[in-house]
Structures are given as C-alpha cells and as structure tokens.
Ligand binder design. Structure first.
Ligand code: IPE
Ligand code: IPE
Ligand code: MG
Length: 254
C-alpha cells in the first residue's frame, strides 16, 4: 500500500491564505555532501518549484519566499553572482510554468538595485503573469523588513510634507499599506527551514500575530510532505489575538 500523504489529514477549509518561507540551509546541505555552496542553491530551486506547485494545488493564495536579503550582499562576490545568475536563469525558464499554472509573479524589496539583467527579467515575468489569478508568488529580493519600514516611513513623511495627510492620520493601516508587503494580506504562517530560530530581518511588522513553524530540514530537502506537515501543525493551533481561549471557542467578545 502506498504511504499515506499528510495531505489527506489537512483541513482544506483552513489552509492559510498566505504562507511565507525563509528558505534556509542551502549552503549546509551542500557542505554535508562535500559540494560547493552554489550547488546547494541550485537544488534549492527544485524546492522552490515543488513548494510553489504544492501551495497552488492546495489553495494557498499568496506564497512569499525570502530569496535574497539586504544583508546577503555581504556574502562573497562569487556566491552573490552565482545566486543572481541562478535567479535570471530560473525566472527565464519557469515563466512558462507560471503561466500554465495561472500564477502571478510579484516581488517585495528594492529590486531596482539588482543587476540589470535580473531586474529586467523580473519585470518581464511580472508583466507577463500579471493577469494570473490562482496564486501570487512573491519573491523577497533585496528585501529586509527594516529597509521596508524605512521606505514606508519616508513615503508617509513625503505625504505629510505635501499636505496629503497630517501626521495624526498615521495609523497601523496606513503604515501597513505603505510597506512593500502592504498589497498582500499578512502571512498566517511563517516557515523557516534548517533549524535556525530567527527572523533575519524578515516581516518584522507583518508577523505581529502570525504563527511560526521551524523545521530542521535544509531547504533543498523541504518537499511537499514537509509543507503539508507545517500546515497540519498550524491547523492544530489556536490563534487567540490577545483574547481568551473561551472567547475564541464561543466566537464572542464577552
Ligand atoms: C539560503 O541558504 C539561501 C540564501 C540565503 C540565499 P543559505 O545560503 O543561507 O544556506 P546556509 O544557511 O549557509 O546553510
Ligand atoms: C535569511 O537567511 C535570508 C534568506 C533566506 C534569503 P540567511 O542565511 O541569510 O540568514 P542568517 O544570516 O543565517 O541570519
Ligand atoms: Mg543561511
């Protein structure tokens, strides 16, 4: 008998609309196999494909993948170049798959500062997939949460200066909307692979009430079953948003 998939245990009514993933451990995965780190990134792309497909299949509407952080520029030049080359190659190759699967490509982060070929390839794929409706695949590229908060603060300050809003109008909603992530709902579930337990400058604002899931699997090992397991775990939790368990279960405010 075929091994049972955890997919059968998932409550299809309670699939998170937005899952964010800190894809970590490519380098260690490669090192364990005595391979160059860059090969780890190449295998990481396979996981991106699998997980994008799995997420779309089960009805996730937004999938954000932390692909390259602001701080990742500090890696050896060789590795940064290899990641950028891989990015261009992968988007060029996979844009047809996105089209076929009705997936819209989006980004968060300062993509203008990427190498020109990467920037152009991304813009082209965004344009080509812009009318797709099944799921948004959001790549965090040259992204960090503090960078996003700074650019949002600057944008709001400009509006105050121009008299479009006054400083007392600034509230949580305006800040949320000014963030690059503001076009998407906040993630209900954040997954980090490779046994690290930190945010590394990702979604600091958005994860105020989001659920965290950590796994020891390195990103190249993270397969569809791993995703189902993370969602299964998430579905067992009670999200209280500051209330009591009784209030949540009775669906009341009293
Ligand atoms: C994640 O894997 C990919 C990127 C940050 C681009 P790493 O390259 O961080 O792998 P480890 O953490 O060194 O194993
Ligand atoms: C976070 O992973 C960034 C991405 C996954 C793109 P890192 O590997 O860069 O994070 P740290 O340096 O271990 O915190
Ligand atoms: Mg890492």
């Amino acid at each position: 008998m075929a091994k049972k998939s955890l997919l059968e245990d998932l409550n299809i009514e309670k699939i998170p609309a937005h899952i964010a993933i800190i894809m970590d451990g490519n380098g260690r995965w490669a090192k364990k196999r005595a391979l160059p780190r860059v090969i780890g990134h190449e295998y990481g792309v396979k996981s991106v494909k699998n997980i994008t497909e799995a997420a779309a299949e089960i009805g996730v509407k937004f999938l954000t993948l932390y692909t390259f952080s602001t701080e990742n520029w500090n890696r050896p030049k060789f590795e940064v170049n290899a990641i950028m080359t891989l990015l261009v190659r992968t988007i060029r190759k996979e844009v047809a798959t996105l089209q076929k699967n009705n997936i819209r490509l989006k980004t968060i982060g300062d993509i203008k500062a990427l190498p020109a070929d990467a920037y152009n390839q991304i813009l082209e794929a965004i344009e080509l997939t812009k009318d797709n409706t099944r799921m948004d695949l959001i790549l965090a590229l040259n992204y960090s949460a503090r960078w996003d908060i700074v650019q949002a603060t600057q944008a709001l300050s400009e509006k105050v200066k121009e008299g479009i809003i006054s400083s007392s109008d600034i509230n949580e909603e305006l800040i949320s909307r000014a963030l690059h992530t503001g076009k998407f709902p906040e993630p209900e579930l954040l997954i980090r692979t490779s046994g690290e337990y930190r945010l590394s400058n990702f979604m600091l604002w958005e994860m105020a009430y989001g659920e965290f899931y950590f796994t020891d699997a390195y990103w190249p090992e993270f397969d569809k079953e791993c995703l189902y397991k993370a969602i299964f775990d998430y579905q067992k939790r009670e999200r209280r948003f500051g209330k009591t368990s009784e209030q949540i279960q009775e669906n009341t405010n009293v």
